[in-house]
Design a protein around this ligand. Sequence first.
Ligand SMILES: Cc1ncc(COP(=O)(O)O)c(C=O)c1O
Length: 442
Amino acid sequence: MNQQFPNIPNDLSAFWMPFSANRQFKKAPRFLVAAKDMHYTSADGRKILDGTAGLWCVNAGHARPKIVEAIQRQAEELDYAPAFQMAHPKVFELANRLIDIAPKGMEHVFFTNSGSESVETALKIALAYHRAKGDGSRFRLIGRERGYHGVNFGGISVGGIVPNRKMFGTLLTGVDHLPHTHLPKRNAFTRGVPEHGVELADELERIVGLHDASTIAAVIVEPVAGSTGVILPPKGYLKRLREICTKHGILLIFDEVITGYGRLGTPFAADYFDVQPDIVVTAKGLTNGVIPMGAVMVTAEIHDAFMHGPEHMIEFFHGYTYSGNPMAAACGLATLETYKDEGLLTRGAELAPYWEDALHSLRDAPYVIDVRNIGLVGAIELEPIAGAPTKRAFSAFIKAFESGLLIRTTGDIIALSPPLIVEKTHIDQIVDGLRTILNTIE
Ligand SMILES: Cc1ncc(COP(=O)(O)O)c(C=O)c1O
């Protein structure tokens, strides 16, 4: 154990950290050792304001009593039950509670353990649905440039973040991509949803023209792209995608792993944009990030297409050992209860104007080339250092941590997504902190 900080190990070599600059971290580690409500505690005992809800997942804030109690109780009562051909009651209860708050049209839930698994599940459901209907020639999947749909092979194939794709061979075949909707020349410093770019949805017509609709199973998009650095859909864009999908019999999948569970000030982005997808992919906020879990919601039409053949037969050859496991289900139920008790799924709507004003006050801070916001999501895009992309934002991240603020950076974009229990004073702290940091970095 480390002599200076007894709560951190001395030897950091064995653990290969995910999505991290391992060598940099191990030279100057940043350890979090505790958390409560809006704050983490670092190994050296400092309070760190959580500006990112962990990784976009701790929507109710940290160590919430109902959630802590529920998982403690569940561990004693029923730790695990087989997920295949057997069940435990709470997973059914959770599916029902989810459907109560789900976007219009969603009637059935398939549980997974992460956003990535939810994406794979949704893509497989889309392909199998068409085949079950006798439309098996629909094998193509359409994603979008700069899209993030997790890290498994289906997700990186439909995703559009280059470093996540380029090292990994041929990926899935039969995939095409819509253009991304980041138009800084036309939309920089827009407050909320940008005016320009609805015509980018028409690219789907071009793709349909190229491949023919009879070969296309589904389109998958994040309603608001998060991990690539917060890219918003132009006004009318998602509605247009919906219309084109409907016209051609293509399923529309919303990846709401980030936007789900109140992030935009509505329960889901489908509610915010008033667009009804066929499949909704979720994870993260479902369990407040406490126990890994994802959920894929589908319409009755999709679900019912599978419910044919002899009744003793498995209808969908897919599932995970931990799909809907008792610990995760208990955690999910307590999370949804916390959201309900505290009105968190819509709280973002009240705070969004204050959040927007606060973020846009950084417009004139050094290096800022764009500010974007929606609900309780924000992005500050910085001008990259010539020849050293990502370096400026990374030094902002390090400085922020040193000064007691957790932010997230992708490329040269600072992304913000505080827990939905955030107060105005915390928003002031985040923005004042960032202003100071931008004034000190190079
Ligand atoms: C839109 C989206 N889809 C999928 C994922 C993958 O989720 P996970 O990391 O839980 O596999 C993420 C994670 O950030 C995401 O933002």
